[in-house]
Design a protein around this ligand. Structure first.
Ligand code: SF4
Length: 221
C-alpha cells in the first residue's frame, strides 16, 4: 500500500512539474521577477508594511499611458505573465476591471494579491480564466484586532472574503483560493486559534507567515 501511495505521489509531482514547464514555456516566466504596481494607494495600515520605511511614499494610481507602456514592455520581452503582487492595493485602481479585461484579450496570465477590503466589487473579474493566482492577506479575529494589525474593519473584510469563497467554489479557475495570515508575538494562543477557526472557512488553503519587515519591532508587535 505504501509503495502504491509513493508511486502515485511521484507521478503527481512529475505531472505538476511538466505542467509548470509548459506554462513557463508559453508565458516566459515567472522566474524573471518583474512586478507591476497598478497603484501605490492602499486602504489598509498594516503594521508590517514596507511603505513605512520610505520617506516619500507616493499614494497614486498608475496612469493609463504608463499601463499601456507596461504592456508594451512585457510584449517586447515576450513576457505574458503579469505579477500584480506589489505594494499598494491593486483592487483600488479605478480601471482595475478594464485593465484585467485588456490583459485577458492580450493573453496574459495574471497574479493578484489583495487585502480583501474591495473583493466584493470585483468578484467576476477575480474569477477570470487568465487569473493564475489570487490570494488575500489579512490578520485578526474581531474588529479590535484587525484594526490593530491592519487598520481595517473586520466585519467588512471577513464578509467579503467569505462571500467570495462561496461564489468561487464550484467555478473553474486556474488557482486555488488562498489566504495568508501573519502571526505577531502579541497574539495569544487563543487568539491565533480563533483566527484560524474563522478564516479556515474562507479559503482552500492558508499560508502562515511572520511579518518580516526589518524595521518592525517584533517585541512590541
Ligand atoms: S495591504 Fe499591503 S500595501 Fe496595504 S498597508 Fe498592508 S502591506 Fe501595505
Amino acid at each position: 500500500m505504501e509503495n502504491i501511495v509513493q508511486a502515485y505521489s511521484t507521478a503527481v509531482r512529475k505531472m505538476i512539474a511538466v505542467q509548470r514547464r509548459i506554462i513557463k514555456k508559453i508565458y516566459n516566466t515567472p522566474d524573471l521577477g518583474l512586478i507591476t504596481s497598478l497603484t501605490r494607494a492602499c486602504n489598509a495600515k498594516c503594521n508590517m508594511c514596507a511603505k513605512y520605511n520610505q520617506n516619500s511614499y507616493l499614494s497614486t494610481h498608475m496612469d493609463d499611458e504608463t499601463f499601456q507602456k507596461t504592456i508594451q514592455i512585457y510584449n517586447e520581452l515576450k513576457l505574458k505573465y503579469m505579477n500584480l503582487h506589489a505594494m499598494g492595493e491593486c483592487l483600488l485602481h479605478p480601471r482595475f476591471k478594464e485593465y484585467m479585461d485588456q490583459l485577458e484579450r492580450e493573453h496574459f496570465l495574471v497574479r493578484v494579491s489583495s487585502n480583501g477590503y474591495l473583493v466584493d466589487r470585483h468578484m467576476d473579474t477575480l474569477l477570470k480564466r487568465n487569473i493564475d493566482f489570487f490570494r488575500v492577506s489579512t490578520e485578526g479575529w474581531d474588529n479590535e484586532s484587525m484594526m490593530k494589525y491592519r487598520g481595517q474593519e473586520f466585519d467588512r473584510v471577513y464578509r467579503n472574503v467569505k462571500e467570495f469563497y462561496r461564489y468561487y467554489k464550484g467555478k473553474k479557475t486556474r488557482y486555488q483560493f488562498s489566504l495568508t495570515l501573519h502571526i505577531y508575538p502579541s497574539m495569544a494562543e487563543d487568539n491565533i486559534r480563533q483566527m484560524f477557526d474563522l478564516w479556515g472557512e474562507c479559503a482552500d488553503r492558508i499560508q502562515v507567515s511572520f511579518p518580516n519587515n526589518p524595521s518592525l519591532n517584533l517585541e512590541k508587535a
